[in-house]
Design a protein. Structure first.
Lengths: 447, 313
């Protein structure tokens, strides 16, 4: 048995060698001064790997077109784009030391976690080194791409939410500007059969209906999610109560069971049977991308429809014109092998006007810089312009970055589902319990 | 001195022990790497705040949060329902099906194949198909019921019906267990039935006194694996919730796991949510330990009952 200690020592040495061999830390952004002279000429050749979530041929081609512009500027840098990548894969790749040079995500839900943990690199030093003016982005887009002073992502394209209305079903009425106008118009436009079953809904107030999430509807009343210290403001902000009471009154007018029966019989949100396309609902809250879906559907494109900002609280008329926004974010993960080249790609994709216009024209999302929004090359009609205006509105809001963003949204969504069903006897107590859940979870996140 | 000499193991026994250890080493390595180490790591991480990137000592914070987390109670209740209802229903149905098939005079192979086929359908495809078929407004299932004047429920959209709907799904795909039961039933010696029949035992008495004791080990295996499967029930509940709710992944859109009304929220889903959505791996580890303990308790209870009934017999 004398060989046992020897074997253990040998194995330990082997394991330690294996753990440390070849693990030279990848250079981080801003650790070295910016290259002197023209950045394009001074950067060494490299292949930069870009992971993104786009997957359809049209989306992938749009990305390739935007990258082609980058290649003209940096011919020595080859960009290898990998499509259809989700956040989980990005996180796992970073943990496993196989991070791509650049990663893009469709949602803003993980921005806080990525910034806080350092899994995405803080871009602040290189933004300063290169003198990038973030003033070209609306304040709201700057908000959802950073966390606690760390800017670890930049906005690539944005989604803005507004009201779509079917002109034939509106019967000559103008789109509502306030919640009371929305209620009155909904009642006027709703059609029921002899049994009281809904045939055509003016507006579906259910939080469970497609895009009617609390975060999308909160800007209608200017409701606030968090206090400055990150704790929940839902229970203490009266705007949430106003939104919920307005919503419940309208649900009750329909009758919860009747409304649920109607909602569950509606077609798929992403198919040709969408109730707005099928003329089953007169007004819907939706993102700017619905314009492209309508244009791409042979039947829906015949529909005469309009877009407008979402109606707002009767007591907050200054909110009219604003809405909800969030969007695709892009950054440089920790461990990127070519961080400086990666940063040039991120900078190009997020600030170059032609690149943003190319992507926006193809994907029909809102370009994020003011110059791109005003570019004559940007394809836009009145319906798309509505969303450009919403995105640029100074009161347009977003879901602020939070470490438990997904959990917090779910906690509120679970509560409002019970609320609209009539299973919440005390609204104040219910909202306080949502606060408690969010705050408890925040404590669990550590320091 | 004599006692010291006699305490030392004989040389041949020491050599045999070492040889046994060598033969066992692949298994030992497997268990150490894939069971002992993960279990110890789970315990270790459960005392930390761990967001997959940074590790920070948390003491008992994660365990304290377990007692305050309202969704633990909801998800544990749902998981318990699956153990108490879905597993027995699936086991009994499989046994009944196997009994029917083994009694067939012709076409045994065909029916065995037909009943086994659903278990070959991928879980995601089967679940999505069920949700579409059972859609209260557009699905053919309720339209079929309407032909007989029956108003079908909102299967996956009503919290009272969502778990029974999943039970139907599990019954539909029970072919694998049914095939094991068929093999066990065919193994029961025919002469036992003949002897019982001579003694005047009817069909029910034969089933209780001959069939059940003969297939008891297989029944036990089915119950134990069924319980472990139910405690780990994840994919079907998650997919059914997601499809029935119509939730999307667009920015700001929220999917509340367990739709409708958290009735399909199971403990493994909540664990996944904590670990891979909220990045609270420490808390997810606590939930994993709870699941492990629950599986152990249920399995030990079943084994204890089985041994007791065997002893009584």
């Amino acid at each position: 048995m004398r060989f046992v200690p020897l074997a253990v020592a040998g194995l330990t040495a082997l394991a330690l060698t294996a753990c440390t061999a070849g693990k030279e830390a990848a250079p981080s952004l801003g650790a070295r001064p910016a290259p002197a002279g023209s950045a394009a000429a001074s950067l060494p050749a490299a292949t930069v790997e870009l992971w993104h979530g786009f997957s359809t041929p049209a989306e992938v081609k749009a990305f390739e077109d935007a990258i082609a512009g980058f290649n003209k500027k940096f011919p020595q840098i080859t960009v290898k784009a990998v499509k259809g990548v989700q956040d989980d894969q990005i996180t796992q790749a970073i943990r496993g030391g196989r991070a791509p040079d650049v990663a893009a995500s469709f949602t803003t839900d993980n921005v806080a976690q990525w910034c806080r943990s350092g899994s995405f690199q803080d871009l602040t030093p290189v933004i300063a080194q290169d003198g990038v003016d973030l003033g070209v982005l609306p304040q709201v887009a700057r908000t959802y791409t950073e966390y606690a002073g760390k800017r670890c992502t930049l906005p690539l394209l944005a989604d803005a939410y507004g009201l779509y209305y079917n002109k034939a079903l509106m019967k000559g009425n103008a789109p509502p500007r306030t919640l009371s106008e929305l209620t009155a118009l909904t009642k006027k436009l709703t059609v029921r059969d002899a049994n009281g079953d809904i045939k055509v809904a003016g507006f579906i107030p259910s939080f469970q209906y497609y895009e009617n999430s609390p975060s999308h509807l909160a800007p209608m009343v200017g409701a606030k999610w968090y206090h400055d210290d990150g704790t929940s403001a839902i229970g203490s902000d009266p705007a949430w109560k106003e939104l919920l009471r307005w919503q419940k009154d309208l649900v009750d007018w329909y009758g919860y069971d009747k409304l649920e029966k109607f909602r569950k019989g509606l077609g798929d949100e992403w198919g040709a049977e969408h109730p707005f396309f099928a003329g089953k609902v007169a007004m819907v809250v939706d993102g700017e991308w619905r314009n492209a879906m309508i244009a791409g559907d042979p039947k829906a494109r015949e529909m005469d429809y309009g877009t407008a900002p979402m109606p707002v609280s009767d007591t907050r008329p200054e909110l009219y014109g604003s809405g909800f926004t969030a969007g695709t974010v892009i950054g440089v993960p920790k461990g990127a092998r070519n961080p400086r080249q990666a940063w040039e790609l991120v900078k190009y994709l997020t600030t170059d006007t032609d690149s943003l216009v190319t992507l926006s024209n193809a994907l029909r999302n809102v370009p994020t810089t003011r110059a791109a929004m005003e570019s004559p090359k940007l394809a836009k009609d009145a319906n798309f312009q509505t969303f450009l205006d919403i995105f640029a509105h100074p009161r347009t809001s977003t879901l602020p970055s939070a470490v438990n963003s997904v959990f917090n949204q779910e906690a509120l969504a679970t509560f409002v589902t019970k609320w609209e069903k009539g299973a919440v006897p005390d609204l104040d107590a219910g909202l306080r319990s949502v606060d408690r859940q969010i705050d408890d979870k925040l404590k669990l996140s550590g320091s | 001195m004599a006692s010291v000499a006699s305490a030392a193991p004989p040389r041949w026994r020491r050599g045999e022990g070492l040889r046994a250890l060598v033969w066992l080493s692949p298994w030992l390595a497997g268990v150490s790497i894939f069971f002992v180490y993960p279990l110890l790591a789970t315990v270790y991480f459960s005392f930390h705040h761990y967001d997959l990137f940074t590790l920070e000592w948390a003491g008992l914070d994660n365990y304290r949060y377990l007692l305050r987390d309202p969704r633990v109670v909801t998800s544990a209740r749902n998981t318990l329902w699956l153990v108490a209802v879905m597993v027995p229903v699936q086991t009994l149905f499989s046994l009944g099906l196997a009994q029917l098939v083994v009694r067939l005079k012709a076409g045994v192979g065909l029916f065995r194949t037909i009943f086994y086929l659903p278990s070959l359908v991928p879980v995601a495809a089967g679940t999505i198909t069920f949700v579409f078929l059972m859609n209260p407004s557009t699905g053919p299932w309720n339209q079929f019921l309407a032909l007989f004047g029956v108003t079908g429920p909102d299967w996956f959209g009503d919290p009272a019906w969502s778990k029974p709907s999943l039970t139907l799904l599990s019954v539909w795909s029970c072919g694998q267990i049914a095939v094991i039961f068929m093999a066990a039933l065919l193994d029961v010696p025919r002469h036992l039935y003949e002897a019982a029949a001579i003694d005047g035992a009817g069909a029910w008495r034969q089933f209780r006194s001959v069939t059940l004791p003969s297939i008891a080990p297989v029944l036990m295996f089915s119950a134990v694996t069924g319980v472990i499967y139910a405690v780990q029930y994840f994919a079907q509940a998650m997919i059914a919730s997601r499809v029935a709710s119509g939730a999307t992944d667009s920015p700001g859109s929220t999917f509340t796991p367990g739709y409708p009304d958290e009735s399909l929220l199971t403990l493994p889903q909540w664990l996944f949510q904590a670990g891979f959505r909220d990045y609270q791996m420490g808390y997810a580890c606590v939930l994993a330990l709870v699941l492990f303990a629950a599986s152990m308790v249920f399995t030990l209870l079943l084994l204890w009952r089985f041994r007791r009934s065997e002893g009584a017999a």
